[in-house]
Ligand binder design. Structure first.
Ligand code: ATP
Ligand code: MG
Length: 395
């Protein structure tokens, strides 16, 4: 019955002059989300309304599920779209709609009409009254309740006529691409994919950087990160993923620096390399999956040390979350099962038994000084040999 969906968006509608930027980003993301769906769809923007028109057979649940991944959408309304064929035809359409949309017809309701096209012969109050009456005649068990109706029957008179009642919740947030771009440090763990999802929810496009250490970390560990990026890209759109070969730098740090400081020093280099690619690609900040106190490298003192090497702001969307809360989100967005696959991570291989929990920046810098010019060469080499792939659902 539904040939279209009316897309409701909240937060972005208030953005004044920038409104079209937000709407265009939303339209683009909706198109992206439906590219792989079965069926033909057209997305249109008309008079401050976004519609998804279904131009062939389609799977209702699939389309709704895909739209529920599009940030910026507050509500997804399956609609009956008809041409204006006069007032009597409208009543037939409203009755037909209610008949199809509900299995049993014994609820309380209210009609909400909106006449955006003023040459329609009845005004909204008149449509409300007349449509209500027609529905009561057609379905004797319906009751009108204008204060707390169980169902709102919405009728919008625009170029065409749009009838809907159900509003399926969307994910909220802001459409990706409306808030600049950020560089996600993406590991194979549980946290960073969730951090990426959260930053995308605020409208940021994301690129990602992964550090791997072959042969200590395997091809399968790398594939796991690509798979995680692919899942995140369902929400964020295509992700440029930089895969940095970190082995030589890591080995050299391991040989040269005190082992209790390894993780912090490695992290500092990771941040610098990620910042290099961020700046190169136009990202305005870095994003990590860190949360205060989760492990030794995430105490306040440790975060101060890793942060110190960056010029760009570092966003840590999970900063106040417990592990359990992060796991719940990972399950919800579909990254958890991939994240817990047991492939080794470069940080767990070169890890100290007793890492410092309160590193001092002074001491860290002293250790780093020992790395000397050779580290600069390794750094340049790591950047030069980085492989970049574009990850998207279509891969
Ligand atoms: P995650 O589950 O995201 O791996 P974690 O709890 O394992 O996090 P750490 O291993 O301490 O925590 O990593 C903290 C953050 O540093 C990660 O969330 C990620 O943003 C970044 N990071 C760690 N290892 C890598 C890596 N190999 N490549 C890219 N980023 C990494
Ligand atoms: Mg990790």
């Amino acid at each position: 019955m539904y040939q279209a969906f009316l897309i409701k968006y909240g937060e972005i509608a208030i953005k004044g002059k920038n409104r079209h930027v937000f709407e265009d980003a939303l339209v683009r993301q909706i198109k992206y989300s439906l590219k792989k769906a079965d069926g033909e769809f057209k997305v249109t923007k008309q008079q401050g309304r976004i519609f998804v028109h279904c131009e062939s057979d389609y799977d209702f649940d699939e389309v709704v599920e895909r739209l529920q991944n599009v940030f910026g959408i507050v509500g997804i309304c399956p609609v009956l779209l008809t041409d204006d064929r006069g007032v009597d035809a409208l009543w037939e359409d409203v009755i037909g709609f209610v008949k199809e949309a509900y299995e049993s017809h014994d609820f309380t309701f209210k009609v909400n009409a909106r006449r955006a096209r003023k040459n329609f012969p009845l005004n909204s109050m008149e449509i409300n009254a007349a449509a209500g009456e027609k529905l009561l005649e057609a379905f004797p068990d319906l009751k009108v309740d204008v204060h707390k109706p169980q169902e709102n029957i919405n009728i919008e008179i625009r170029e065409n006529i749009c009838i809907y009642s159900k509003i399926i919740p969307g994910p909220g947030g802001m459409p990706v691409g409306s808030a600049g771009k950020a560089m996600l440090l993406l590991s194979g763990g549980i946290d960073s994919p969730v951090a990426g999802h959260m930053i995308a929810k605020r409208g940021c496009k994301i690129d990602a950087t992964y550090f791997h250490a072959p042969p200590y970390t395997s091809e399968r560990a790398k594939q796991k990160v690509i798979d995680l990026a692919k899942i995140v890209s369902r929400y964020s759109g295509p992700i440029h993923l930089n895969i940095v070969n970190f082995t030589d730098m890591q080995m050299y740090i391991y040989e040269t620096c005190p082992h209790d400081e390894l993780t912090i020093i490695m992290r500092r280099y990771m941040m610098q390399i990620a910042e290099h690619f961020a700046t190169e690609g136009g990202s305005l900040g870095l994003v990590t999956g860190e949360s205060i106190g989760q492990v030794a490298s995430q105490t306040m003192q440790s975060l101060i040390c890793t942060n110190e090497v960056c010029t760009l702001p570092v966003f840590r969307p999970l900063v106040g979350f417990d592990k359990q809360e992060i796991i719940e989100r990972a399950l919800k967005i579909g990254t958890y099962d991939t994240s817990i696959l047991p492939y080794e991570d470069c940080c767990t291989i070169f890890v100290a038994k007793h890492p410092v929990t309160k590193p001092s920046l002074k001491s860290i810098k002293k250790s780093e000084a020992k790395l000397g010019d050779h580290m600069k060469e390794l750094y340049e080499e790591a950047i030069k040999t980085t492989e970049t792939i574009i990850v998207s659902e279509e891969m």
